[in-house]
Design a protein around this ligand. Sequence first.
Ligand SMILES: Cc1cc2nc3c(=O)[nH]c(=O)nc-3n(C[C@H](O)[C@H](O)[C@H](O)COP(=O)(O)OP(=O)(O)OC[C@H]3O[C@@H](n4cnc5c(N)ncnc54)[C@H](O)[C@@H]3O)c2cc1C
Length: 224
Amino acid sequence: MRIVQPSFEILAYTPEMTKVIERGIRTAYKSEDKIEEGSDIEIIGRIKNFKHESTLEHAAITVHFVTDRGVTHELVRHRIASFTQESTRYCNYGKGKFGNEITVIEPFFYIGYSGTYSLWKKSCEESEQTYLALLATGSKPQEARSILPNSLKTEIVVTANMREWRHIMTLRTSKEAHPQIRQIMCPLLQKFRQMWPILFDDVGNTEHTHPAMEIVNFDNDEWS
Ligand SMILES: Cc1cc2nc3c(=O)[nH]c(=O)nc-3n(C[C@H](O)[C@H](O)[C@H](O)COP(=O)(O)OP(=O)(O)OC[C@H]3O[C@@H](n4cnc5c(N)ncnc54)[C@H](O)[C@@H]3O)c2cc1C
């Protein structure tokens, strides 16, 4: 059984997205003559104030996440986004391509607590043994997956427009959100803020609640 950390990678985004959004807004008011250096930031700031947020739907971002099945179950509740996820129906973790083993995401809140950590690890290992035993009986992956844990590593590509990303960030970086979705969304929000401050400065909460959240190394520093 392999134990890995969560991560994300920004795959694509609308080029010059604040300018694209500005064109949409200025089409409404026929004020294209006012487009100049910095006018996109100024007008987006204004439309956010009076909640003319449908204009933020003209730009989108696509992100690839590596996380666990518990977290993706929460992500896919966001109905305005589009998703493509690693399939436990079609992926057979008993095959050599997967190293004949399952991969799980390490729950950061158990790191350093030997009692709970070993209980979690033992349970995942038992799931793996049962999964492989079910495959050995001739079960299909879509049948044997029934016993796989929430900690199972999965990959998901998420595309959403800027209005929806703002909503997702508000909900999923909140202190009320699950710690593992915060673990991945807080650093993603920090990246979004670096890249498009006007679109993300006023949403979300990147304050960490658990020191272990700091240890995760998100390997996409080309964006910083
Ligand atoms: C802290 C937390 C705890 C949660 N706990 C639970 C739980 O215990 N059980 C559970 O089942 N879920 C739970 N959820 C999931 C939650 O109920 C939502 O399904 C999820 O957060 C998606 O949010 P949303 O519906 O606002 O947004 P999205 O689906 O992303 O939609 C964005 C916005 O579009 C609008 N919209 C979308 N669809 C419709 C529609 N059909 N009609 C009208 N407006 C629409 C709404 O304004 C919505 O806010 C929890 C979420 C959070 C953040």
